[in-house]
Design a protein around this ligand. Structure first.
Ligand code: FHN
Length: 464
């Protein structure tokens, strides 16, 4: 068959295209950049700022018992001056607050920490030249520097959360979006007409400092866009991401400068996530407060979640998730090939609520024994079994190791795994004790001890 020269050229071009992530980055380079993040599986989110000192209380009364108290300015409809006058006196970071965070993250088994350099209220934790609504002007400290140094001292990767929404800046044109929140939403601009491009100059300046002044930054966690205000129109997103990548070539960024199906969001709902991502919009999709039922095959994704119901500290929110829920969430997410970014909301002095410390330490105790079954694993090769979840690793020589995370211990002492294999070797991960495993046609049956060693999740390593 005589294949025309142009057909060969077209096929070659298509192959080259397939090898490139749509942002023009070769696939192997993209995979290499994502490698540490994909292996990490578990990070600590930190929401901390002026709202933390208010602790969900305004004029001596609880603003609410649930929901994000980092939104307190929006929830009470305070302008920036009223909010700042109430909040600043209560925001008194102790000298070594950041070391406490970093030690807790390390103890929990987290591999990276993402913290709020600026949330929607617009207050910057950095000592920035771009604003006097910052820790440098108010506290004569650079809190970003303190946190980065503490995290690095514990060998943790560092991520900057940065809100593009800004309730402080007097040129931020909040009227451009009906969907994004603002304390003055629906009201005329108090300072007359606004010029959003001036806000963008500020945004680029502040982000430019963050990616220039603190050494290698591993993650930039943007937050957030709406369908009616996103991307280049809202944030000059293409140029903003270009600025960041030029300063930090290895950085990993989420998709939240955009909000569209091809950027991994189907709707305004935080559950409207799509397992599609053109990487020009970012490197991972960010399901919030939920775990996609079958994961998000084909894209990198990270579920972010609170320990109770609020991201920022609230003295009224006692709806703490159980250790079982948190550990099984981590396993569930890893079994679907995702990352878990679990949030703490420190108080106004930077101290971490006792309940949060206990939760993170409980996860750490489980990870100390079973971390091998989470770190650097891939999604399960089989559908979710009734007894628990599965993660996997490729072993040298072509063998495969399945990690069987058993939540529901079989009463008859027999665990069936629907995989076919010629040989099977099973051990309890915690102590290396061998277990009897028989390989049949399409399943392997493992004989278990009468009692489950770990009531939350016992891990069996099955080599096939
Ligand atoms: O509005 C924020 C919220 O306060 C919090 O920071 C979460 C974390 O993912 N992001 C936005 C809501 O989606």
């Amino acid at each position: 068959m005589n294949i025309s020269k142009s057909a060969i050229l077209i096929a070659a071009a298509m192959t080259a295209c397939a090898m490139l992530c749509s942002a023009g980055e070769p696939k192997e380079q993209h995979d290499q950049r994502m490698e540490w993040w994909r292996e990490a599986r578990f990070g600590m989110f930190v929401h901390w700022g002026l709202y933390s000192g208010l602790a969900g209380t305004w004029n001596g009364k609880p603003v609410g018992k649930s929901g994000g108290m980092e939104w307190i300015q929006q929830r009470v409809g305070a302008d920036t001056e009223t909010y700042a006058n109430a909040a600043i006196p209560l925001f008194k970071p102790s000298p070594d607050f950041a070391k406490g965070w970093a030690k807790l993250a390390k103890e929990a088994g987290c591999r990276y920490v993402v913290f709020t350099t600026k949330h929607h209220d617009g207050f910057c934790l950095a000592d920035t030249k771009t604003s006097d609504y910052d820790a440098g002007s108010v506290l004569h400290r650079d809190l970003v520097k303190e946190i980065v140094e503490a995290c690095r001292a514990e060998g943790l990767r560092v991520g900057f959360y940065h809100s593009v929404i800004d309730w402080h800046h007097d040129q931020y044109e909040y009227a451009k979006s009906k969907q994004l929140p603002h304390p003055l939403k629906g009201k005329p601009y108090p300072n007359g007409t606004r010029d959003h491009s001036k806000y963008l100059n500020y945004l680029f300046g502040e982000v430019g400092e963050l990616v220039s002044n603190y050494g290698p930054v591993d993650v930039l966690w943007w937050d957030y866009s709406a369908q009616d205000f996103q991307g280049d129109e809202a944030w000059h997103a293409t140029d903003l991401m270009k600025l960041v990548r030029e300063k930090q070539p290895g950085i990993i960024m989420n998709n939240r400068l955009y909000r569209s199906a091809e950027a991994g969001w189907k709707s305004m709902g935080t559950d409207g996530y799509a397992a599609t991502l053109d990487t020009k919009y970012g490197d991972f999709v960010t399901p919030e407060q939920h775990i996609p039922d079958t994961g998000m095959p084909g894209v990198d994704w990270e579920t972010c979640m609170t320990l109770n119901t609020t991201w920022g500290f609230s003295e009224h929110d006692h709806a703490w998730k159980s250790d079982e829920t948190l550990i099984r969430n981590l396993i569930d997410i890893a079994s679907k090939g995702g990352n878990y970014l679990l949030n703490i909301g420190p108080k106004g002095d930077g101290s971490v609520p006792d309940e949060s410390i206990k939760s993170m330490q409980a996860i750490g105790a489980w990870m100390k024994v079973n971390g091998e079954a989470i770190y650097a694993t891939q999604a399960s090769p089989i559908a979710k079994p009734a007894w628990g979840r599965v993660t996997q690793k490729q072993l040298a020589g072509g063998a495969k190791r399945l990690y069987l995370h058993v939540f529901n211990w079989p009463t008859d002492g027999k665990l069936t795994v629907p995989v076919s294999a010629k040989t099977a070797k099973a051990t309890l991960l915690a102590n290396g004790k061998s277990l009897d495993a028989t390989a049949a046609e399409n399943q392997i049956t493992i004989t278990l001890p009468a009692e489950s060693p770990d009531k939350i999740a016992t891990v069996i390593a099955l080599d096939i």
